[in-house]
Ligand binder design. Structure first.
Ligand SMILES: Cc1ncc(COP(=O)(O)O)c(C=O)c1O
Length: 480
């Protein structure tokens, strides 16, 4: 819708209807505050069922374009949740830099899981949409049926049935994987760590998006790697021009991208651009570590593809996990290492022998017959809704010069505050008000995001709205 235009070939009927109505709103046929056709009118006009129109209108509500008014019908919302501009793209490629954010990261990490704070900091999923009851029942039944197997060591490559499920689910992302192409890991972070260890030595340079997830920077810091930060657009991701230029100038040992719904910036590299990225690294024979932990959390069909889908040379190492979608505490992730599969299997053995057995069994069963698709539909709807609500609140409570991302998936917002705001000072002030957030400096080795914050928009409650309002006051206090 608008810039989230759906491909008409692949869109479902309700999405096509939603797109049609969004087009009428964009084009000014229905203006803010005006009533749009009723469910019955549109169903007659479009010759579709009322429930299809209802689905379309729910989608438009999730995107913050329309609202239902009780006993009255549907109206164009008076203010788009995305009415503030997007953050600026960082314009320069840095020189390779040593990373030293350990102290800052560990300080913030201590607060990130404190239940007494309003948690806007950690990228943890909304507990209300995790399939806790179902997983607990599966696990209880597994302990009866597979107790002996479940408490034994698994093999380093991981539980075969789970790898079968992963291969099947990744068909939707354009991959043709075999179970033997996949190694399970202890979360996505171990998968990333193994890939870096496999292709880099201390002192080597890795090209990364700027900003990027602090866990990746921490793995690199622990390994003594240098970060080459490449400008990244909040919508379509890493700049290929800048990356191509950087690769020409600097010996780069690996590239690392979060291809879909980047943490923190929310960018999603379009499919054609993913192809070009794979071609670029292929020309230089540089391995690409691709992270896709949020690829399944898209707000509009279709699921975005992954770079791995275009990899003919075996240079792409795709890493993911179930932490954002099903169970972060299970600590189950996976990697398809391409041509260095045996090295990664060996490193997995040296790192942790194998991934914990019971969580793998439970996930395999949940993916096979636990209603995964039904569960994910709810997750996507909830996050689309909550991200739109938090975006609205940022517009309402933060100062006018604020810029914020407009993610089309995931559950994070990256917010650019006025230049004079110091997000580390804000972090400490917020803590005193019982709120935690992630300050911008955690997402770069070059400290260039001092006036940015990352907010977790997975949950939306009155308490969270009050926290956003309080942050707004603190920010305004810094600029006055
Ligand atoms: C981009 C990215 N990679 C990796 C991770 C870590 O994933 P896991 O908890 O599966 O280790 C996260 C978690 O926030 C993330 O956002």
């Amino acid at each position: 819708m608008g810039n989230r235009q759906l491909s008409q070939k692949t869109a479902k009927l309700y999405e096509q209807i939603a797109d049609h109505v969004a087009g009428l709103i964009d084009g000014g046929t229905f203006r803010p505050g005006e009533r749009i056709p009723s469910l019955r009118q549109l169903s007659t006009q479009k010759r579709v069922s009322v429930s299809t129109v209802l689905q379309a209108y729910s989608l438009l509500e999730d995107h913050g374009l329309i609202e239902a008014r009780p006993q009255s019908g549907y109206y164009v919302k008076t203010k788009s949740p995305y009415s503030c501009p997007e953050p600026e793209i960082s314009t320069t490629v840095s020189d390779p830099t040593e990373i030293s954010i350990q102290e800052l990261t560990m300080m913030v990490m201590h607060d990130l899981f404190n239940p007494n704070l309003v948690q806007l900091g950690a990228a943890a999923p909304n507990p209300a949409v995790l399939p806790t009851g179902k997983l607990n029942r599966i696990l209880a039944s597994l302990t009866r049926r597979k107790g002996d197997f479940g408490i034994q060591y698994d093999i380093p490559s991981g539980y075969k049935d789970l790898r079968v499920q992963i291969a099947r689910h990744m068909v939707k992302a354009g991959c043709s994987l075999k179970p033997g192409d996949i190694i399970t890991t202890t979360g996505c972070i171990e998968a990333i760590d193994l890939c870096l260890r496999a292709v880099c030595r201390p002192g080597d340079t890795v090209a990364i998006e700027s900003p990027t997830y602090f866990g990746i920077l921490q793995s690199m810091e622990a390994m003594g790697l240098q970060a080459l930060e490449i400008p990244t657009h909040p919508r379509d991701g890493i700049s290929l021009e800048a990356l191509g230029f950087a690769i020409e100038q600097t010996p780069v040992k690996a590239c690392l991208v979060i291809s879909n719904f980047n943490n923190p910036i929310g960018s999603c590299i379009p499919d054609e651009k993913k192809k070009s990225l794979v071609q670029l690294i292929g020309e230089h024979e540089i391995p690409l570590i691709e992270v896709d932990v949020c690829g399944e959390i898209y707000f509009s069909e279709p699921r975005p593809s992954v770079c791995k889908a275009y990899d003919e040379k075996g240079l792409v190492m795709l890493c993911s996990s179930f932490s954002k979608t099903i169970a972060p505490g299970y600590r189950v992730g996976w990697v398809t290492p391409g041509r260095i599969s045996s090295t990664i299997e060996w490193l997995k053995f040296t790192s942790s022998i194998a991934t914990a057995t019971f969580p793998q069994l439970a996930l395999a069963e949940f993916l096979d017959r636990g209603g995964y698709e039904h569960h994910m539909k709810r997750v996507r709807r909830t996050y689309a809704h909550n991200v739109a609500r938090m975006s609205e609140a940022v517009v309402r409570y933060f100062p006018e010069e604020t810029r914020a991302t407009r993610p089309t998936g995931g559950f994070l917002l990256w917010v650019q505050l006025p230049k004079s705001v110091d997000s580390l000072v804000l972090y400490k002030q917020a803590l005193r008000s019982g709120i935690t957030l992630s300050p911008g400096d955690m997402f770069s080795s070059t400290r260039r995001y001092r006036n940015f914050v990352r907010l977790n928009a997975a949950c939306w409650t009155d308490e969270i709205e009050r926290a956003i309002a309080r942050l707004g006051d603190l920010i305004k206090g810094q600029i006055n």
